[in-house]
Design a binder for this molecule. Structure first.
Ligand SMILES: [Zn+2]
Length: 374
């Protein structure tokens, strides 16, 4: 209820009450304070009663037009800046210690301070991308990788067909899409992780799926060019890794999978999925010889990629280095950030290795007769 304050039209309480008193079916002593009238609801201020009695003819503050504001250059800009600052202050949330976190946000016991609290707002979560806290490094390592792969993919698929043929564009696109999905789900997960338990769990599943997608997408161009002319092993390996990849995605969607005590299982599953590439690698060594595998099969790059993934996954599973320096790696240098950097580095190494392998395969020309190719 808004209170209208009388500005003009001075009347005494008795004057204003003369008229309604004629028809009123109660009595009161003259001089009684108006605020004690029996029909006045408590919340109506006496002043606001007067305009109602005489048809609202009185002038109130609402009726007075404010003087026109004098604009000066930069006024709108300053107002905008002030509004922005106000918004930032209003949105203010404080970083919290590990012990103050709700149970579902307590993922790493060795990160003691600098955590975001539960934010309950996507807007706040996305604004926190530009703040410094325990997830800043995790977000940006994969956000930058994500943007780089988008730009790289657009550059690759828009090459003229004389430079890159459509088959190569399709095969490499599988890898690009996988990398973009993996890194995209990852930075999104780290951004909205603190929204709420429900949202955090949902996006953590997408994050795990993204890892399986990345491994799957990495296998496709490698198997395609390694067994370029050998349709049977190529198809067998492609189907095998697809089945294993889909199985990993299904397992990673299980509700229990995301809980902290399953961290070694998670690392183990993705490690096993990646290491299943040993089988086609040995096959290639036997069929083409070790020398060919190392020189033209880009094995060196593949081994480097595998090492990056394995070391990254081990650091992640064992929470090194923060377990040796609790509280010292809260913002920068924690195992998860190192793991993220290794994942991005491994993706670049893989792209480089498979590009070399593809170049070699394409320069030696068309396939020979199928029966000679096992
Ligand atoms: Zn991550």
């Amino acid at each position: 209820m808004t209170t209208r304050r009388t500005v003009t039209g001075s009347r005494t309480e008795t004057e204003s009450l003369d008229k309604p008193m004629e028809n009123a079916n109660f009595t009161f002593n003259e001089g009684d304070p108006i605020s004690r009238l029996p029909f006045l609801p408590d919340q109506i201020e006496p002043d606001s009663f007067y305009p109602l009695l005489d048809g609202g003819s009185q002038i109130t503050e609402d009726d007075i037009e404010p003087p026109p504001e004098i604009e000066f250059p930069g006024h709108a800009y300053l107002e905008g800046a002030e509004h922005f600052v106000h918004q930032m202050i209003e949105a203010g949330w404080k970083l919290v210690s590990h012990h103050a976190l709700p149970k579902w946000l307590k993922d790493n016991d060795f990160l003691l301070h600098g955590h975001r609290p539960q934010l309950d707002s996507f807007k706040e979560c996305f604004k926190s991308v530009f703040a410094i806290h325990t997830e800043t490094g995790n977000i940006w390592t994969h956000l930058l990788g994500f943007l780089t792969f988008i730009v790289g993919a657009i550059y690759f698929v828009t090459r003229p067909s004389l430079e890159v043929q459509w088959q190569e564009k399709v095969v490499f696109s599988v890898f690009f899409i996988a990398a973009i999905v993996c890194l995209g789900f990852s930075w999104l997960f780290h951004t909205v992780y603190c929204h709420s338990e429900r949202v955090g769990k949902f996006f953590s599943k997408l994050d795990y799926c993204g890892i399986a997608v990345m491994i799957l997408g990495s296998f496709v161009p490698w198997l395609y060019y390694s067994f370029y002319c050998r349709t049977t092993p190529k198809m067998v390996y492609m189907i095998s890794i697809s089945v294993l990849g889909l199985a990993s995605i299904i397992v990673s969607l299980l509700p229990k999978f995301g809980e902290p005590e399953y961290r070694p299982l998670r690392a183990g599953l993705f490690l096993a999925l990646g290491l299943s590439g040993v089988v086609p690698a040995i096959h290639f060594c036997i069929s083409d010889g070790f020398y060919m595998a190392v020189t033209l099969g880009a094995f060196g790059w593949l081994v480097l990629m595998a090492l990056l993934y394995i070391v990254g996954a081990l650091l992640y599973a064992m929470r090194i280095p923060e377990r040796f320096f609790p509280g010292k790696c809260d913002i920068w240098g924690q195992s998860h950030q190192i793991f993220h950097i290794f994942v991005v580095a491994a993706a670049f190494v893989h792209y480089h290795g498979v590009s070399k392998l593809a170049t070699y395969r394409l320069t030696i020309g068309d396939c020979l007769a199928p029966q000679e190719l096992y």
